[in-house]
Design a binder for this molecule. Structure first.
Ligand SMILES: Nc1ncnc2c1ncn2[C@@H]1O[C@H](COP(=O)(O)OP(=O)(O)OP(=O)(O)O)[C@@H](O)[C@H]1O
Ligand SMILES: [Mg+2]
Length: 475
């Protein structure tokens, strides 16, 4: 298997289908392998480790469901796409639960979607492989493999073991809190608590009692002893989020705690040792706040012994497909939706969007789209204000002739004459027989008669074309 040419393995017991899809895929530049049964398919997969396996469901011997279930053992990074006979979509849905990435029905008539599904499966495989590599780096929840993210992770790895304060900067929504957690997880205090405090959300007059705690009766309303955030984070990490919002009047007290590594509850007499690791974050320009007299310079330097800057999403667009995949999976589970695909134009639009509020924007956009999604694919119509490309639609895209050309014709132009003819015959055969059978209420004798064929011949044709009687037709 060469890495530059994606390999597709087609597992189908029908020679006609094998030949037709193999031809289409070869034309598109794929390396194609074929297997005419489940068992042999798994053997080929284990020796060739293909990118994608197109698995037929109805096969004598090993059923497609079993092939999909066992694929992971023999070739963990092969994405299975299931091909089902007409009317067996419920089966296909079961197979998706086993880990197939998508499915479509035979006969394949929408070739544009066929290619899109294959491309998407190859992409998913790539992302899964990369994510698996990233998992081993210990940053399971910090998605991203762009060059800036790799640098960031390297910095975190180097800094995390050192118990000195660290300042995390970056625009709103870039993932500063995620980074703080990653630092905590990679530090020597990962088993201890991670306590996050939003410094901007505490009323000015309560900051100190919230941070340091208070003894009973320390002030009006303090009718019981409180621990405070420093106490709660003992042996772990205290994450001071939005540190730029900390009132000026409380800043000297925080500075003293950082210097002396001791804090005293309000009204208390005995100082306690500060054993929490301190992380702080802000999206604000602290040097500017210092110049404006809103933030103390000495505190700034104390907090910024080590520092990391989380880059905006627009500077690491390579992370967008990874993040999208991560959020879609997470949201699909949360919303109990089965979304298996993302249209190509959506992917392009997501990669090019400005993302003013960075990763949070992307997550919220996908959240809305997933709620609105009424099929198993995310389409442009599920997004508002997301344009395909900043340049706008291509002016050459749909001329009148092109719009009038049926899908099968475009697909046929990918094949040589014999292949195209076989494919069109296959499509036509199915359409014709299904129409006849519907016309006669699935009466084979009558349908054969109307087609000018012998009953046994018509019956064989129906079987060869993999046409099955829908459940809603009785008898
Ligand atoms: N690399 C990432 N991997 C996975 N999820 C991420 C990543 N970066 C951000 N997120 C998610 O995006 C959202 C915003 O991230 P986060 O809250 O950490 O941003 P922030 O930088 O703290 O923003 P703000 O300055 O507005 O507080 C969160 O839901 C977070 O889980
Ligand atoms: Mg935050």
């Amino acid at each position: 298997m060469s890495e530059d040419k994606p390999t597709v393995l087609i597992i189908d017991d029908e020679a006609l289908v094998l030949r037709a899809s193999a031809r289409v895929l070869k034309r598109q530049g794929y390396e194609v392998l074929t297997a005419d049964g489940g068992q042999i398919g798994l053997e080929v997969a284990s020796t060739h480790q293909p990118h994608v396996a197109l698995v037929d469901l109805q096969m004598p011997g090993m059923h497609g469901t079993e092939v999909v279930a066992r694929m992971r053992e023999v070739s963990p990074y092969t994405e299975c796409v299931v091909v089902t006979g007409h009317g067996t979509v419920n089966d296909a849905e079961k197979v998706l639960k086993l880990g197939a990435s998508d499915y479509f029905e035979k006969p394949i008539s929408d070739w544009a979607r066929f290619h899109q599904v294959i491309r998407q499966a190859i992409r998913i495989r790539g992302l899964k492989r990369e994510n698996a590599v990233l998992r081993t780096d210990g940053f399971d929840n910090l998605i991203g493999n762009s060059s800036p993210m790799r640098k960031l992770k390297e910095t975190i790895r180097n800094f995390a073991p050192h118990d000195v304060p660290m300042l995390i900067t970056g625009e709103s929504g870039t993932g500063k809190e995620r980074v703080a957690r990653a630092i905590h997880d990679a530090s020597g205090v990962a088993d201890g608590p991670f306590v996050a405090v939003n410094c901007g959300a505490i009323p000015d007059n309560l900051v100190e009692s919230q941070l340091f705690g208070a003894v009973r009766g320390a002030f009006t309303g303090a009718n019981r002893e409180t621990t405070g955030f420093f106490g709660a984070a003992a042996g772990g990490t205290l994450f001071l989020d939005e540190i730029g919002e900390l009132p000026l009047s409380s800043q000297p007290k925080l500075l003293r705690v950082l210097q002396e590594r001791e804090f005293t509850q309000i009204g208390g007499t005995r100082p306690r040792r500060m054993t929490a690791r301190i992380l702080a974050a802000t999206h604000q320009d602290l040097p500017k706040r210092i110049r404006n007299g809103e933030f103390r310079e000495d505190l700034y330097h104390r907090l910024r012994v080590l520092y990391v800057d989380v880059p905006p999403l627009r500077e690491r667009r390579d992370d967008i497909p990874h993040l999208t995949y991560f959020f879609v999976q997470k949201l699909a589970a949360k919303l109990k939706k089965k979304v298996v695909g993302i249209d190509d134009d959506v992917r392009v639009a997501l990669t090019n969007a400005p993302w003013q509020n960075n990763v949070r924007d992307l997550e919220n956009t996908l959240y809305r789209a997933m709620i609105l999604c009424d099929s198993d694919r995310l389409q442009l119509k599920h997004f508002s204000g997301l344009d395909e490309s900043p340049a706008g639609p291509s002016p050459t895209s749909t001329g009148p002739e092109e719009a009038a050309t049926p899908d099968w014709f475009a697909a046929a132009m990918d094949m040589d004459w014999a292949g195209a003819k076989a494919e069109v015959e296959l499509q036509f055969g199915r359409a014709y027989c299904i129409a006849r059978l519907k016309q006669t209420g699935w009466n084979i004798t009558r349908a054969a008669e109307m087609s000018g064929m012998q009953r046994p011949n018509f019956k064989r044709l129906v079987k060869r074309l993999n046409i099955e009687k829908p459940d809603d037709i009785k008898g």
